[in-house]
Design a protein around this ligand. Structure first.
Ligand code: ATP
Length: 679
């Protein structure tokens, strides 16, 4: 950090001002990050590198930042990597002249395709030294691979990968062997290209650390530009806070990075504000076990109890035509164009849902009042029974097509239930009280039966009344209540946070069943008897956000109909891989191996009777393991509820949440730890 602050030595002396950022320099930074687990060191390596980018090639800052977090664009742009293993192996084989069988054998042995690629390249005779790779070249190449569509796209993807690999340096001497137990730790370009293609950098570099590093680099850069003395720790901290606040409201490096370059860090708050077209990460709720717990938490404060609708989270953005020029970022899907303006609809994951819900966008002008020029609305879309005029269970919504829906073909109608307003007529509302936001929401929209409603609510402290509201919500096919703080700072909208100020009370919790978990499918067992042609049971995991590993938590074989098993078999078969990925944390016991392993793609909602400590499973093992008998937390009697299409593998229930759930249940019940009866 001293070097960063004094602006002295550059870590990569060969790179001259104006040169495109060498990919090798980024890879060297990656390998330094990989070699440490200390967060401060990671931040310092990143900051030092970013500082050099700022000084020498600021125009490459955006692709540098994106590649550091393993992304090509903001989530709402819908560009995703995550190329399957088989395609990558084919490309490695073709670009290095090795046959697929050998590549597969290496993969069986090494288990890390990045290293397999590095090894394959190092064995290859090179006729001439390839032109050095650049960060912008890699970003462009990856973008092409990710976005190619249509006939022959697989072949073109392989070609794209080959092209990148053929110029990649392995940083290994010819024939040098790889220490598979240790990883080679070197800055191999081939290794990091493959990791980027797989959609997982596995550096231990959390996006939050990158943001801190970017803020630090900017503070130092701005100070040196102004000829000021070395910034203090307080300045660095302030820079972090400014960046965090801005990014929470406007989570798009495409917008924020150019603004940083143009106006510096200290002006960014004035230029970058929440704006329609860029989805915010939604605020999330904490589970509670009883109404009593709610009353304890919110004692002495005013709160409100809203129906918790059971559908899909949706963030609706709108800008009237006469205000459009104010918002550069708004990308208009054709579905979102109307006489009134441009609208978008985003998922919980910031994915664009406009092609799934063109019917909502078509009706939008009927419920937006005339004076409403721009807004961002937080809602739930729920299946709606047109004849009986009430909401339908979530399962109905599931039957809707996910893409390219035509308004005239829609069979399952949806109604939008709005519960929060984050932006209105040019002004961000996230830092206003919920009471004010709700009032503004009521003033800007009008209810249209079966199309748009406000979430039902009651403001009360009385336990009996809350109980009645809960029963009413269940009778209305809702899941329970969302209880929210009404006034003061505690009621502000907290993007991307699971907040204590939003509590969920579900019917199931009261029955003692606890919250459900959303788990990633890592493996499967072939069925027996009637089920031999499909998978009969599955190996599930939660996600450890700190180590970026999937930690196994149970096997599951209950809750599936025959039809669902057939569907799941068809969906999962193409994801089979030869062996567990290096970032799967699972038991290595001989009897604990599933018959097949999968790419980590599917997330399923699962209910459980309770949680127990287990000698076999690895969930939250870092917190509970260690006494030699217990390894991690596992689920008892897990039951499949539904596929969660709206969650990516990394949005699965986290190991920390699993640990929290385990601790929250009656400790006495777990005295007999170490049992796994999960089939
Ligand atoms: P997570 O807590 O991880 O979001 P989840 O997606 O399974 O888990 P739930 O536990 O079902 O979510 O609870 C939160 C979700 O409830 C919100 O994301 C939203 O989609 C939905 N919801 C329904 N009604 C409301 C409401 N009135 N206020 C806020 N959220 C609501």
């Amino acid at each position: 950090q001293t070097t960063l602050k004094s602006g002295g030595k550059d870590p990569y002396p060969d790179w001259k001002a104006g040169d495109p950022v060498p990919y090798a320099a980024l890879c060297t930074t990656f390998s330094k990050i990989e070699l440490t687990t200390k967060r401060l060191e990671i931040v310092a390596h990143c900051a030092l590198f970013l500082r050099q980018v700022l000084r020498l090639t600021p125009e490459d800052l955006l692709p540098v930042v994106l590649l550091m977090i393993g992304k090509l664009a903001a989530d709402y742009a819908g560009v995703e990597l995550g190329i399957g293993e088989s395609l990558i192996m084919k490309a490695i084989g073709e670009s290095t002249g090795r046959n697929l069988k050998t590549i597969k054998e290496d993969q069986q042995k090494i288990g890390d395709l990045g290293l397999v690629a590095a090894k394959s390249r190092s064995n290859q005779p090179t006729m001439f030294k390839p032109k050095p790779l650049t960060v912008r070249g890699i970003h462009e190449g990856l973008m092409k691979i990710a976005t190619v569509e249509g006939q022959g796209s697989q072949g073109r993807k392989v070609d794209g990968i080959k092209k990148l690999l053929s110029s990649a340096d392995t940083n290994l001497a010819k024939g040098q062997s790889i220490d598979i137990t240790q990883d080679m730790g070197g800055p191999s370009e081939a290794k990091f290209i493959i990791r980027a293609l797989e959609g997982k950098m596995r550096l231990g570099l959390a996006e939050k650390s990158l943001q801190v590093a970017l803020a630090h680099a900017m503070v130092v850069h701005d100070a040196s530009k102004d000829g000021k003395k070395v910034p203090s720790e307080t300045d660095l901290k302030k820079g972090e806070e400014v960046f965090k606040a801005v990014y929470n409201e406007l989570p798009s490096y495409e917008v924020v990075v150019p603004a940083l370059l143009k106006g510096g860090i200290w002006n960014i708050r004035d230029v970058c504000k929440l704006q329609p077209g860029v989805p915010l990460k939604p605020m999330l709720a904490k589970p509670t076990k009883s109404i009593g717990e709610v009353l304890d938490r919110f004692e002495g404060k005013d709160f409100t109890c809203e129906f918790k609708y059971d559908g899909e989270r949706a963030q609706i953005h709108f800008v009237a035509h006469d205000s459009e020029t104010e918002y550069a970022a708004i990308a208009a899907p054709t579905e979102g164009k109307s006489d009134r303006g441009t609208s978008n609809i985003f998922s919980r994951n910031s994915e664009d849902l406009s092609k799934k819900y063109p019917d909502i966008l078509a009706k939008l002008p009927t419920w937006v009042k005339q004076g409403t020029k721009s807004f961002v609305l937080d809602c739930e879309t729920v299946a709606w029974d047109v004849e009986k005029k009430h909401v339908l269970p979530f399962q109905q919504l599931m039957t809707r097509k996910k893409k390219d829906v035509k308004v005239e073909d829609v069979k399952v109608k949806v109604c939008v239930f709005a519960f929060d307003l984050l932006f209105l007529n040019g002004e961000a509302l996230v830092n206003k009280s919920f009471r004010e936001r709700r009032d503004l929401m009521y003033s800007a929209f009008e209810e249209v039966e079966g199309e748009f409603s406000f979430a039902k609510f009651g403001n009360t402290h009385e336990i009996e009344e809350i109980q009645t509201l809960l029963e009413d919500s269940i009778a209305a096919s809702c899941e329970g209540l969302m209880v929210k703080m009404l006034d003061g700072v505690e009621s502000h909208y907290e993007p991307s946070r699971r907040s204590q100020n939003w509590l969920k009370v579900k019917k199931d919790y009261l029955a003692g069943a606890g919250d459900s978990l959303d788990l990633v499918v890592l493996g499967a067992y072939y069925g027996k008897g009637k089920r031999t042609s499909v998978y009969g049971a599955f190996h599930l995991a939660c996600y450890n956000t700190a180590t970026e590993k999937y930690e196994t938590v149970c096997n599951i074989g209950t809750g599936f109909s025959e039809a669902i098993l057939a569907e799941l078999h068809a969906a999962l078969s193409p994801l089979v891989i030869d062996r567990a990925k290096p970032f799967y944390d699972h038991s290595t016991g001989k009897n604990d191996q599933p018959d097949v392993w999968f790419e980590p793609r599917f997330v399923w909602e699962v209910k459980t009777a309770d949680l127990t400590l287990s000698p076999r499973y690895r969930a939250a093992a870092s917190e509970f393991g260690g006494d030699g008998t217990h390894k991690g937390v596992s689920l008892r009697f897990p039951r499949f509820i539904r596929v969660r299409d709206d969650k990516k593998a990394e949005d699965a229930t986290s190991s920390r949440q699993v640990a929290e759930m385990y601790r929250k249940q009656d400790v006495g019940k777990n005295a007999k730890a170490g049992v796994d009866d999960d089939f």
